[in-house]
Design a protein around this ligand. Structure first.
Ligand SMILES: NC(=O)c1ccc[n+]([C@@H]2O[C@H](COP(=O)([O-])OP(=O)(O)OC[C@H]3O[C@@H](n4cnc5c(N)ncnc54)[C@H](OP(=O)(O)O)[C@@H]3O)[C@@H](O)[C@H]2O)c1
Length: 226
């Protein structure tokens, strides 16, 4: 599930050949209105039974909040929050009716802290983290588990797409391999853990923000996000 048809087609072929399976893909822009419903209906139309929902698609934009393009901001909120929520609701209801199913929501360590220069992104990930924790508790005993994965900076196209090339902190940030994050998230999903934070430094960061005065956190992040 993504937008780029060619990449999806190649990945699908690779998975079919490597694991002798019959994978399917749906190319769809999830930042558009009603895209969650369109995806759900396509899955029903194809008569697919879904055991596990992974909400991975997400994006962020580096830069001053007041200078961000409003349309882009609204699309980001739609992708990171609205579509993810609707997919949890649509598939979560089916899972609960059936008595089993797993949901993995990709949040971020950004969800633990406000993010000057990436304000919408961090706020959207705080939402994903909070929603996932609430759903984990609400659905406990129903056979449905909800897990939030919280990676720190990870090797992917994310930072290029976020326009973060001017971010000085990128020079000393060590990016985690995406494969490691995926494996750890998968393990947490199978165990039904509510939250997994990837990497020791990210765990320490998330823990530390609970103990230092709240009024210090945003200014500290601001000084790092230049
Ligand atoms: N990289 C990091 O440092 C980091 C850290 C913490 C959390 N995360 C989170 O991890 C998740 C995956 O990001 P990533 O690091 O792998 O970044 P990425 O390389 O930019 O991948 C984003 C994925 O989402 C898909 N996507 C983006 N916009 C979409 C849209 N409008 N509709 C449908 N699919 C869309 C992309 O495919 P198409 O472009 O083909 O649509 C791609 O598969 C995101 O939720 C991100 O917030 C990343």
């Amino acid at each position: 599930m993504a937008r780029r048809q060619t990449q999806l087609e190649q990945l699908s072929e690779q998975l079919n050949n490597e694991f002798n399976i019959s994978s399917q893909y749906i190319a769809l822009d999830l930042s558009r209105k009603n895209s969650a419903r369109a995806l759900y209906e396509e899955v029903k139309f194809r008569n697919l039974e879904i055991d596990c929902l992974v909400n991975n698609a997400g994006r962020g934009h580096y830069g001053a909040f007041i200078n961000q393009d409003r349309e882009v901001s609204e699309e980001t909120i739609h992708l990171n929050i609205t579509t993810l929520t609707s997919l949890c609701q649509l598939f979560g209801k089916d899972f609960a009716d059936r008595g089993n199913g797993r949901i993995l929501n990709i949040a971020s360590v950004a969800g633990f802290i406000p993010g000057p220069s990436m304000a919408i992104y961090n706020a959207s990930k705080a939402y994903v983290l909070s929603l996932s924790r609430a759903l984990h508790a609400e659905l406990s005993g129903s056979g449905v588990t909800v897990t939030a994965s919280c990676p720190g900076p990870t090797k992917s196209e994310f930072f290029d797409r976020a326009g973060a090339d001017e971010l000085k902190a990128m020079e000393y940030i060590k990016l985690m391999p995406a494969e490691q994050v995926a494996k750890e998230a998968y393990k947490a999903l199978i165990k039904g853990h509510p939250v997994v934070i990837h990497g020791i430094l990210n765990k320490m960061m998330a823990e530390t923000t609970r103990w230092i005065p709240r009024s210090w956190v945003a200014p500290m992040v601001k000084s790092l996000m230049r």
